[in-house]
Design a protein around this ligand. Structure first.
Ligand code: PHE
Length: 445
């Protein structure tokens, strides 16, 4: 059996974990939620939750991974036999998410191709995007390209593949985000959008703001799906855990914030201050933005850089999903990484096909009223992940006691927020998770 490799440095670990956290959720979902739920007030709620609730869950998962040194299934079983189900449930989440995440990754590949070949104007029509995802062959080819790129990196291993790629892509992503955000602010009429984004609008504050921020945070930090447990198991024993988690959080939040700075002012200027343009959900990225780019000076370059940045963000997230699946199979069956990677790639492609075709030939197939892709998204994000987080909080808060995590954190440095951590993992996380579950099931947010 091959020996498990790991990250070679703290920086490598932080960038890879930040690579997982920074994804489509930051660039597309965060700005539109911020616009929808009261601008600055949403930002404020999000920040408070990030440093408390998000921090506690993330440090828990990474500590579990590092302490047990194992992949998801085995790590939870090692902690407590009665919680074996939790390992299986957490492992199922990336297996469900990975295929459809690659479908969306494929859409990003397509749009990058559009700007690369100078066809940005063609993409402005209302029917362009629905026409593309509704077709059969092209989205599947794009999906295959995205899946292949992801697989190659994972095949190369943790240190030589994931760490290396993250060390290149993440700094480039920061530069591109900064550049596009600054450029966006120079557009005529952008200031109003900036004010709308940053000024707290208290009249729009409601419990929905909190629930939406909580759901977003949870997804954005790649929690409750075994990813951070897996990456934690590759972390060096003497790297400071608390500091690393803070770094990852700052990275993730900064990119989400910058995405709002690049998207909201640009869309505001384009639509003459019409906020509805921002709140269109998925079409924002693939329909509204191409129109915004088309109306801008140098818009095709902006469009190209934007979709390249999105591709990098999506790739590093997909890599973490695939690595989590690969590590589970590796720990369970001990087959070679190469064989596992090829197997996971083929299996995921097959599972992804119906999600892709769900917008075209299979559009008549719906599950509980959802398209196939949206159903997978709903069941994993809104149901399974909150259950995993709830069970993890119960396991650590009440069965092993928070010291299980604190000891691991203190083995490599100080744990400054230890007291706060114990309180949050015991009480705040469970309450938050129950609220998320109820609001998901009842369709409140
Ligand atoms: N954290 C990623 C984002 O913000 C989403 C993600 C979910 C990544 C699941 C990997 C796995 O987009």
């Amino acid at each position: 059996m091959e020996k498990k490799s790991g990250f070679s440095s703290r920086l490598g670990f932080v960038l890879a974990a930040a690579g997982s956290a920074v994804g489509l959720g930051n660039i597309w979902r965060f700005p539109y939620l911020a616009a929808k739920y009261g601008g600055g007030i949403f930002l404020l709620v999000y920040l408070i939750l990030a440093v408390t609730f998000g921090f506690s869950l993330m440090i828990t998962e990474i500590a579990i991974g590092r302490k047990t040194g194992k992949s998801t299934i085995i790590s939870y079983k090692t902690i407590n036999k009665k919680f074996s189900f939790l390992g299986y449930l957490a492992s199922l989440v990336p297996i469900i998410i990975f295929p459809y995440y690659c479908v969306i990754g494929g859409w990003v590949v397509k749009f990058l191709g559009v700007y690369l070949s100078g066809q940005g104007h063609a993409a402005t029509g209302e029917d362009y995007f629905p026409g593309f995802i509704g077709s059969t062959a092209e989205p599947l080819v794009c999906l295959a390209i995205f899946l292949f790129l992801t697989s190659v990196v994972v095949l190369m291993g943790v240190e030589k593949g994931i760490e290396k790629v993250s060390k290149i892509m993440m700094p480039v992503l920061v530069l591109m985000s900064l550049g596009t955000a600054v450029y966006s602010l120079t557009i005529d009429g952008a200031t109003d959008g900036l004010i709308y984004y940053l000024k707290p609008n208290f009249s729009e504050f409601s419990i929905k703001t909190v629930v939406a921020a909580m759901g977003q945070l949870f997804y954005s930090m790649s929690l409750a799906m075994g990813i951070m447990v897996t990456y934690g198991s590759y972390m060096r024993k003497d790297d400071d855990l608390e500091k690393s988690v803070r770094n990852i959080e700052i990275f993730d939040t900064a990119i989400a914030f910058l995405s709002g700075m690049m998207i909201i002012p640009a869309v505001f200027a384009f639509s003459g201050g019409d906020q509805a343009a921002l709140q269109k959900g998925p079409t924002l990225m693939f329909v509204t933005l191409p129109n915004v780019f088309d109306s801008m000076k140098g818009g095709h370059i902006f469009g190209f850089v934007f979709f390249l940045l999105v591709l990098f963000a999506a790739l590093t997230s997909a890599i973490s999903l695939m690595e989590t699946i690969v590590s589970i199979i590796f720990d369970k069956f001990g087959i070679s990484r190469r064989k596992i990677c090829i197997g996971v790639m083929i299996f995921s492609f097959i599972i992804a096909v119906p999600s892709s075709l769900g917008f075209g030939v299979l559009s008549s197939v719906t599950i509980f009223g959802y398209s196939i892709l949206d159903f997978f998204d709903f069941i994993s994000n809104n149901i399974m992940m909150p259950i995993v987080a709830l069970a993890t909080a119960i396991l650590i808060g009440f069965i092993t006691k928070p010291d299980y995590v604190s000891e691991e954190v203190e083995s490599s440095g100080k744990f400054k927020s230890k007291k706060l951590y114990g309180f949050i993992i015991k009480f705040v996380v469970p309450v938050c998770m129950i609220i998320i579950l109820i609001s998901s099931v009842t369709g409140y947010v």
